[in-house]
Design a protein around this ligand. Sequence first.
Ligand code: SF4
Length: 885
Amino acid sequence: MQWICPLRKFPDHGDWADHMELDAQAWPKRVERNYSLVPTTCFNCESACGLLAYVDKESGQVTKFEGNPRHPGSRGRNCAKGPATINQIQDTERILYPMRRKGKRGGGGWERITWDEALDEISAKIRASLKTGAVDRVVYHVGRPGHEGYMNRVLKAWGVDGHNSHTNICSSGARTGYALWHKHDRPSPDHANAKVILLTSSHLETGHYFNPHAQRILEGMMSGAKLIVIDPRLSNTAAMADHWVPTWPGSETALFLAWAKMILDQGTYDRDFLHDWVNWADWLSADHPEEPQTFERFIELLKQEYSEYTPEFAAEECRIPVEQVIEVGNIVAQAGSALSAHVWRAAAIGNLGGWQVSRALHFLNVLTGSVGTEGGTAPNSWAKFKPELFDEPPAPDGWNELHFPPEYTLSHFEMSHILPHMIKEGRGEMDVYFTRVFNPVWTFPDGFAWMEMLQNEKSVGCHIALTPTWNETAFFADYVLPMGHASERHDINSYATSAGKWVAFRQPVLREYARRNGEEVEFTHEVNPGEVWEEDEFWNELSWRIDDGTMGIREHFMSPYREGEKITIDEYYQYTFERVPGLSETAQKEGLTALEYMRKHGAFLIEPSTYSKHEKEGWPTPSGKQEFYSKTMVEFGYPEHAIPHYRINSQVHPDNLKGDDEFCLLPTFRLPQHIHSRSANAKWLVEIAHKNPIWIHPKDAAKLGVSEGELLKIKTEIGWFVDKVWVTESIKPGVVGCSHHIGRWRRKQDSGNRFMTNEVKIEDMGAGKMRMRTVRGIEPWKSDDGDTNRIWWRDGGVHQNITHAVQPDPISGGHCWLQKVWLSRPGEGELYGDVEVDMEKSMAHYRKWNQWAKDRETHPRGERRPLWFKRPLAPRPEHFILSQD
Ligand code: SF4
């Protein structure tokens, strides 16, 4: 299917192989430059927007990135992070060669090795682990995913239950709420066609689907849609909204249920959708068996059930005017089937019971019948292409309890943020641990616990960091293996960025450029800078070497086209693209194969619209309907949550913040120019934003006696940090904010990211206390890039995440990011950027929250978790039953 871009001016795709532009640097001279434009996709957030790499035919190098107008998700547009890919590939401090640790782990000593050495040494360690019969001691832990099934296939070929993710510090709260309704655990709002756009997010979906959603929100608004933004902080999006609703963090569910009551009271619910597609009869028979089992009685009982959620109640919980609850509620109640609603991270990952936010938000879609409609909100899997793989190894024969501990029966997904704490408790160890574009030491809460785990060679036998850039986690690796940025790697992408299904090809640009010039390339590291490689080929080669001929691994890496030979990366993508519906036919019209088409255009629209699929497919739940009533919750020991309610008193509910110095810290936002931890080497992005002050309302600043730029000490449950304040009305009184992605660091012995990292000193103060102190801020330096010597900023911010206690929600498993904090002036000798953490308190806090899950641990029929719930890499069915292990 061809895609017509709505942009008016862009290089004609017929000329991409030979495009001429005037050299902007040479102006006013008219100097012509000739480029080969190669499509790929951005790797700087999940959206995978289309990029066009401009390869200068004179130098053979990529000189800039622009949008790919033929990409149906991004339609030629990007956010600042897309074009800044050029900074990342030209970073003078990037890792160019495989490195092996020299000296003790974390000591900062490295030596360059060859890929052959890396592959041989690492494969030997994996082989030794697999030969013990263990299925849970080789682990792949992913930060930024985005290769659609590739790695799960590899792990299955190795026979390990070894997939871990970052989901439970990110989206597990939202996923749980959505999954309870219809198994699909992610929403796809059709903003462009909505009448009402309802965002519960900290800034344009908090970075995920950032630009593709942003452009569709604007389209919706230009067609008259009302934009409602629920956020305690005036984000850029909230500033553009028709209604900014600054709810108290953690109270959003109360607001949604009040609006649900308004819909019911006003009679604007969609009777047919509720009648036909909701399991109302299950609720009646379970909770009201004595009542008439009719739909009419269901509606009456529903009104009674939610009668407690008055606008006044919501206003009190949310700390907003009751008039606003009613005014905005009336807009939602009149949205009909064109209510596009979204929550991802943000409110759903902040507080105990955050998963209720998405459950209550989706309730509004269910009531208005805006599920899967034009302008409504659909399950994201309707618009996501799932590639068919050339080989599917059998599921792992075992269960990894470090990833899915038995007490977290409903978690979405792995309990990754308490991994160090479980290991410290003696629940397991790892022989080989891969961190893949993943930086938990910095990004996750309680980073000192990660440093402790990674430095203990008994807990982690070998740590391999696969990363395009240095990061705080790679400092504690045994091998650091350089992986490609967006234009240096293969991946297949498909995301539900709108109500249409597309597939895109992230391809190594210089490899395609070489191919256009008639050159054969075996491995992508031959054309990338230095010896930068990519995961796809790395995993193939590693897997081949793990198998000594007796392990049955190689049989999963055989070419589907050449009998008895190892698969190549081109064959992998050839096989996949040949099976994309409609792609080969479209390619043929241009005389191309499916793979050639994707190399040339970079993306393909599979289905232009994906509405109302439930009418053919139904819902993949036990009842086959939208589950208003969840028997699963009842069976797994949470009967009070059988239907959507607001029953959990969160850790930051105002009732739990009594003292004048007690506040709620909101860390769940980031500035739109940054990636969690991969933009510290992107000079353009860092110049725009590089510090993370504490946002504080003028009333609170006056109460505490601080003014703009002065220091505050922010004490958490396990430690404290000192930051400067930004006094602003853009934050709700009683709440202080601190953005999530700034405060990067390196020690004296570490390298990289000097645009954005402070040099710090880490000290063990004894008695379990750890301290980090900024020794030096950001400074210019001389390099091949003149800009490194022009750095004018000095303040690199403060690492706040490391002072956060882990707070695993007993139901979703998600980390509850909102922190109860105590604010004061710093004491004598406490300086800007200082961080201190008490490791004993960190374990005690983990144990307290972990116990809440243990207290409610219930396994109906011996099931570890609901059999119908998703698991990214599912072991064999028998391992879902506890007694079988
Ligand atoms: S929205 Fe995401 S994928 Fe798109 S350009 Fe920005 S960072 Fe890249």
